[in-house]
Design a protein around this ligand. Structure first.
Ligand code: MTE
Ligand code: MOS
Length: 760
């Protein structure tokens, strides 16, 4: 961000991604230049939440004006599946199959215009046997209708300890889902290549999965399909698994018609078809002592996964490993159910099960405090993970570089937490209909894919003979600033100014077998792989540089567009080194690779090391709630966040703002409503409220926690993309504090206006 010139030439959007996003110059799939003869793709969905497809006749639709292809399950050359983890998700619903939700795609149409494709869809003839849908987790729990075996994480002897605990408290919580509302809906553009195979431009976080399924559905090999990604208009997890859909559909239609096919989901369709953040219901019981120490915790949590797996099992794993929050819990028993319902398949969403987990454990802490008449901040302090003892998580992972108590102390001082508490008490005594509230939420968020094999990345650096540098890495740019951060990493390693470094679009042909840009690991993985490539380049080019300086040996430093040797005071410009290396037959291209080994856990015992490191921090929210209108203001919001040494403070700050606001939407305003037929009624911004500028805290104090570099990561940084989302839960808890009642998620205006005497 620091390197952006004040005036930006028109064509510079590739160089300065963040500036391009802000000025609206970034081009997404719908903004692309299209090949002549490009067709438009349209998906035809099941009108029922649960029904058997008895027969299907598309012959009339095929004759409709402008239509070039109508494809059904029968027309898929390869196996009819695009399930990322467990094989339970067909690409198109076959005749005889039962649809899992209202919206499941039955056939796809390619026509000269979108209008003609839609017109043709009305000519499709089908018959359904309508079945009763399951729309609540209660019902699937009763029927034991789970997508996979329940997960259990148990430590110690919670039954015995619970029985003997001086205090016991039970609670429950009902939390809703969340629509990703990426500004660019799911989209892909498939182009048949003259030499065979396909080139697909996709709005995806996961190009390799796109490639994998496009190839397998078409009966091709992965090497026949290239997936390229420019920049996503947001992903937020929603384009980890489900971006495969338009890729698969456009690829099938392009192969059939031998023409390029553009497939863009319209907003309401995207809303209805794609999965959301997982809603859940939880019951818990905690045993504690008179000081508020948690002695035992039992949790039973039912996750609404929707009709098929998608990545649900991974979301539940990430959740179960975070139910401890920032706290040492000696005896614990957590049971998680992945419930099947006839709704869209819920999927990855920023936080990936962690916000859900934190909402539970922070409710538990708050309730302990209320029972004992203590301030919740004091109960938090009592229970934090220790540095030398009480530092093993329930899955047996060691909590290292623990700054929880240091962050707590700092944020208490910064916010004058206890002084504010007194002022709020005085205010609330004076006011009947307006109440203020205060709450703290600490953060501890594990970084890595729990699944070991995902923890790898490749990279490629090309230096050209003019001294310019092109970098390729496996990550996708979705507005989180990854490409700009990668330029900074290479700039620091090679000493080349950022204006000479360009980041290429992501491509499966250049970096193969990529892992999804997810779990906030983009900077860690791509950055480390790029550093490896830089190290190798420097090792090869150092002797050439020394020779050019007329030296036999010496320590070579790459800085300020120069390669120099301090002891001798000699240097060569990077540009000249590049040219000379080329002229003397030295390769200027280098691959890099990075892997994180020994991450993972035992599926039976649920123990191991699911994360490389933890990201920590803390937050405090001060709110004012009008009990008569249900409206609230965030008077002050403090966030103290440790991302080690930020690669780019401007970008990281932006991520904290964005994650917090998105979390605020989930816990206070975004409410999804499904009617009794399984139709999502909230399918536009007319009836679904996402946070806007007016919802910003009136005073937003964000600071980086300094002095805790991450020793085992690229440039001592820590991941930033998802963790700050959980700080929004402090607003949710502050609203409960103001009302003196518990609240569901989202705590919408309707919840906040409920008369107080209706509560227990
Ligand atoms: N920020 C923007 N602007 N847009 C996004 O889609 N996705 C989030 C986060 N920040 C997202 C974002 C999610 S869910 C993740 S996992 C990370 O970015 C992924 O990118 P990273 O690994 O480079 O942090
Ligand atoms: Mo993020 S939910 O891991 O894409």
């Amino acid at each position: 961000m620091k390197h952006i010139p004040e005036t930006m030439p028109e064509q510079d959007f590739i160089q300065y991604r963040e500036a391009a996003h802000l000025s609206g110059k970034t081009r997404y799939i719908p903004d692309m230049e299209l090949y002549r003869g490009t067709l438009n793709g349209f998906a035809v969905s099941s009108p029922h939440a649960k029904a058997r497809l008895l027969n299907l006749d598309v012959s009339l639709a095929r004759t409709s004006p402008g239509v070039e292809a109508v494809l059904t399950a029968q027309d898929i050359p390869g196996p009819n599946t695009m399930a990322p983890v467990i094989d339970d998700e067909p690409c198109l619903l076959p005749v005889g199959g039962t649809c899992g939700y209202l919206g499941q795609v039955v056939c796809i149409i390619a026509a000269d215009t979108m209008e003609n494709a839609k017109k043709a869809s009305s000519l499709i003839e089908w018959q359904w046997e309508i079945l009763d849908p399951v729309l609540s987790v209660e019902e699937s729990l009763e029927k034991k209708d789970f997508l996979f075996d329940p997960l259990r994480l148990k430590r110690g002897n919670p039954e015995r300890v619970m029985k003997n605990a001086p205090y016991r408290k039970k609670g429950s919580l009902d939390a809703g889902g969340q629509e990703h509302y990426y500004f660019e809906t799911q989209a892909a553009y498939a182009v048949p290549l003259h030499q065979g195979g396909l080139l697909i431009r996709s709005s995806t976080q996961n190009p390799t999965d796109n490639q994998r399924f496009a190839a397998s559905l078409l009966g091709l090999k992965a090497s026949d399909v290239e997936v390229q990604v420019g920049c996503l208009g947001g992903g937020f997890g929603g384009k980890q698994a489900q971006a495969t859909w338009p890729v698969a559909w456009s690829a099938l239609l392009a192969c059939k018609t031998k023409k390029p096919v553009l497939f863009i989901l319209e907003r309401d369709q995207d809303f209805r078809l794609t999965g959301k953040r997982h809603p859940f219901k939880v019951n818990w019981e905690v045993g504690f002592d008179h000081q508020g120490h948690i002695l035992a915790l039992e949790i039973s949590m039912a996750y609404d996964c929707g009709w098929c797996n998608d990545v649900s099992i991974a979301v539940l794993h990430h959740c179960i490993f975070h139910l401890d929050g920032a706290y040492y819990i000696p005896h614990m028993d957590a049971l998680l159910y992945g419930c099947r319902t006839n709704k869209p398949s819920n999927t990855a969403f920023r936080g990936f099960g962690v916000p859900q987990a934190i909402s539970v454990i922070e409710s538990v802490i708050t309730q302990i405090a209320h029972t004992l008449g203590k301030d919740p901040a004091i109960v938090r302090w009592k229970n934090y993970y220790g540095i030398r003892k009480n530092n093993l998580t329930p899955c047996n992972m060691l909590v290292e570089h623990n700054i929880l108590r240091a962050a707590h102390r700092q944020i208490v001082n910064k916010s004058d937490y206890f002084g504010l508490r007194k002022k709020i008490n005085a205010f609330n005594k004076k006011h009947d209909s307006v109440k203020q509230g205060l709450a703290m939420v600490p953060g501890k968020f594990g970084i890595s894919f729990n699944e070991s094999f995902f923890n790898q990345a490749g990279a490629l650096i090309n230096i050209y003979r003019d001294g310019s540098v092109l970098i390729h890495h496996p990550g996708t740019e979705m507005g989180q600033g990854l490409h700009d951060k990668m330029r900074t990493v290479v700039h620091r390693e090679l000493g080349v100014s950022t204006e000479f470094i360009r980041v290429a679009d992501t491509s499966t042909s250049i970096i193969p077998n990529t892992t999804s840009t997810a779990a906030s690991t983009g900077t860690d993985f791509s950055g480390s792989a790029l550093k490896d490539a830089c190290d190798k380049l420097k090792k090869r080019l150092n002797p050439i540089a020394l020779k050019m300086m007329g030296l036999e040996k010496g320590k070579v430093i790459w800085e300020n567009n120069l390669v120099f040797c301090k002891e001798s005071g000699k240097s060569v410009p990077f540009k000249e080194l590049a040219f000379h290396s080329y002229m003397t037959l030295e390769s200027l291209s280098e691959k890099g690779f990075y892997k994180r080994e020994n991450i993972g856990f035992n599926l039976e015992s649920m123990t191991g090391r699911p994360y490389w490191y933890y990201v920590m921090g803390s937050s405090v929210a001060h709110v004012e709630l009008n009990l008569l209108t249900g409206r609230f203001r965030i008077l002050d919001m403090w966030i103290l966040h440790d991302c080690g040494v930020p690669v780019d403070e401007g970008i990281d700050l932006g991520q904290i703002h964005g994650a917090f606001m998105q979390g605020l939407g989930w816990c206070t305003m975004e409410k999804l409503i499904t009617n009794k037929n399984g139709r999502l009624e909230t399918d536009s911004l007319d009836n679904y409220k996402i946070p806007g500028i007016y919802e910003l805290p009136e005073h937003f104090h964000i600071e980086f926690f300094r002095g805790n570099p991450e020793p085992h990561n690229i440039h001592n940084t820590r991941a930033i993309g998802e963790p700050p989302l959980i700080y929004a839960l402090s607003v949710w808890l502050a609203l409960q504090d103001a009302r003196g009642t518990t609240l569901p998620i989202p705590a919408t205006g309707e919840e906040l206006i409920k008369p107080l005497y209706h509560e227990e």
